[in-house]
Write a protein that binds this ligand. Structure first.
Ligand code: ADA
Length: 579
């Protein structure tokens, strides 16, 4: 089941607002609060719970948290009722009046819980048990015995194996959805591309809750239509198509109308764009022309709401990207909200969609880890494949892909991802060259490196010489186009020095200018994403100054000096290639 655009047949009631909340402490253990619990405080949904309160325990909590609220199912016959959770981090069990109605594992993809038909209209108690704990088994992993695993050394509090705060809870909206009892379950855009003869094809497939029914697909604008049995793929040709492109996005919609007993019983739409994306030689080709990725790795991160959903940040972030002449984001380090991708579609911004598999250690994986990783990738692709803004999938960020165990592990992840989406380039973001073992699986080489920052402060010409060598080495090893996915330096907003030194805005701006100059000279480099778009919160650690300060913008989205440098350098985000 996927969320599709609403229609006159469907309704959604928001369940956001204040929910009862309680974290399960050691004294409560073991407990079953699925039928309700003694509530001691209220929490805002959507939003991470961590910063809504002032106590240390809740702020750093990675155990089991309980949420509840009353819901009202209206009198409305012949309907199916579902509860849509856009993201609950990390895993959720959902109970209605004490009965389990759904579960989900991994924190950034949606799930639906169907309300069983024997529930009467009226008030019911909805309880969500959220397990925020990470382990070697989970995706991402966590909870390692640090002494036992080589390479896992940083003493983060709370204990995580990655560099962003493990914000937890009900992060994105919750909705009560009403559908006709016989309904369309999802509308999957499998391909929407222009052909050599100038026409375009749309390959689409919708499933229905009852098999064997006819679905009529109608494309708008244009009105082309085709009918087929639900679940069967259809191809619709579109004459004189309008193309979706950077800075010039054109969106179509396809409406799937479900026919039953000679009448339409449900209809829902998906928007899509017609565009091609592929890697050819040393170029990433968008609609057949080379595109150079200028932009950032972006976190969903803000004060108080943490990783909570906030559309104002989506608008501001895309505005700022365009202000400094960028054309793209990577959704580091997990799938971002669907609404953010909708906005990218509508504003002509390119996106690299990243799975939640950050810093994975295959040698330490549990029995279920690979399966969970594959499931998270498939759920991400199923949710997002219709977005023309998504031009590549990143299947993991900085995995321990130098380990022999990583090869069979990532072969399985890539095979599953390519089955799910044969149309887009696939990549890993890597940082362990020359020892990387999985680059043969990638169409593009995502490279993270911090010359001039970690161990930095040396004269810039030494840093650029090293960067030059590193890039050429990675290219020589892989023979593939390189996408510089992370580079940068921490800068405390307002801190300046002459000569420039570490932690100042001046150093960050100078370093980035110098590194961008090196990248400009490399013909095999297809993109430059600076780390990071904005400052973001991390778990506590002596090498983080109350969070990661590599943002070009502050956490409240104001420019540092480097943002002005980029604005001059990048100029106009619509330019396609480097020159
Ligand atoms: C890694 C990681 C990022 C980031 C960066 C840093 O490369 O991918 O999450 O935080 O380190 O700032 O050190």
């Amino acid at each position: 089941m996927h969320r599709t655009e609403t229609s006159k047949y469907r309704a959604e009631l928001p369940l956001d607002g204040l929910w009862s909340f309680r974290i399960q402490s050691a004294e409560d253990d073991p407990c079953d609060w699925s039928g309700g619990f003694p509530c001691d405080r209220m929490v805002a949904v959507p939003g991470a719970f961590n910063e809504q309160f002032t106590d240390y325990e809740t702020s750093n909590f990675m155990g089991i948290a309980w949420y509840s609220r009353q819901i009202v199912i209206p009198v409305w016959d012949d309907r199916a009722w579902l509860i849509h959770f856009a993201a609950v981090n990390y895993s959720a069990r959902v109970y209605l009046d004490g009965r389990l109605i759904g579960e989900h594992v991994t924190g950034y993809t949606p799930f639906f819980c169907r309300i069983p038909e024997d529930y009467c209209p009226g008030e019911h108690l909805l309880v969500v048990r959220v397990d925020c704990g990470l382990s070697p088994e989970t995706v991402p992993q966590g909870g390692f015995d640090r002494a036992a695993i080589p390479g896992v050394t940083s003493p983060f509090v709370p204990s995580v194996n990655f560099d962003f705060f493990p914000y937890s809870g009900i992060l994105r909206p919750v909705r009560l959805c009403s559908l006709p009892s016989v309904h369309v379950e999802d509308v999957r855009i499998e391909r929407a591309e222009q052909l050599d003869d100038g026409t375009a094809i749309l390959c689409v497939r919708a499933n229905a809750s009852l098999s064997g029914l006819m679905i009529r697909y109608v494309v708008e604008p244009g009105g082309e239509s085709v009918s087929a049995i639900s679940g069967e793929p259809v191809t619709i040709s579109i004459r004189e198509p309008k193309i979706w492109d950077v800075g010039n996005p054109f969106l179509y919609r396809v409406r799937a109308e479900l026919m039953h007993d000679g009448r339409t019983v449900d209809a829902c739409s998906r928007s899509f764009g017609i565009r091609t994306i592929r890697v050819a030689g040393d170029r990433l080709l968008l609609n057949g022309r080379p595109v150079y990725l200028r932009g950032f790795g972006r976190h969903e991160d803000m004060p108080v709401a943490g990783r909570g959903f906030c559309e104002a940040f989506h608008v501001r972030d895309i505005e700022l990207l365009k202000w400094c002449g960028g054309n793209s984001f990577r959704t580091a380090h997990y799938p971002h909200a669907e609404e953010f991708l909708d906005l990218a579609d509508r504003t002509g911004v390119l996106v690299i969609g990243e799975s939640p598999a950050v810093s994975m250690i295959p040698s330490a994986a549990g029995e279920d880890t690979l399966g969970l990783h594959i499931r998270a990738v498939r759920e991400m692709i199923a949710r997002d494949a219709h977005h023309p803004s998504i031009v590549a999938w990143c299947l993991a960020n900085e995995p321990h892909s130098h380990q022999p165990e990583s090869v069979p592990y990532f072969e399985s992840v890539f095979a599953a991802a390519r089955r799910e989406d044969p149309t887009r380039p696939m990549m890993l973001v890597m940082c362990r060259f020359p020892n990387e073992k999985c680059h043969h699986l990638c169409d593009l080489i995502g490279l993270n490196a911090y010359p001039g920052w970690y161990g930095g402060g040396a004269p810039l010409h030494e840093t650029t010489a090293y960067f030059n060598r590193l890039l050429d080495e990675v290219r020589a090893i892989t023979g593939k186009p390189v996408f510089m996915t992370e580079f940068g330096a921490d800068a405390m907003a307002g801190l300046h020095s002459l000569p420039a030194s570490l932690w100042t805005e001046d150093y960050q701006a100078n370093l980035l200018s110098a590194l961008l100059e090196v990248l400009a000279g490399k013909d095999y480099v297809v993109g430059e994403h600076i780390w990071a778009f904005a400052d973001f919160h991390t778990a506590q650690n002596h090498f983080r100054a109350h969070g990661n300060r590599k943002g070009i913008f502050t956490r409240d989205r104001q420019p540092k000096l480097a943002a002005h440098v980029l604005r001059q350098r990048w100029g106009d985000g619509i330019r396609k290639w480097k020159e």
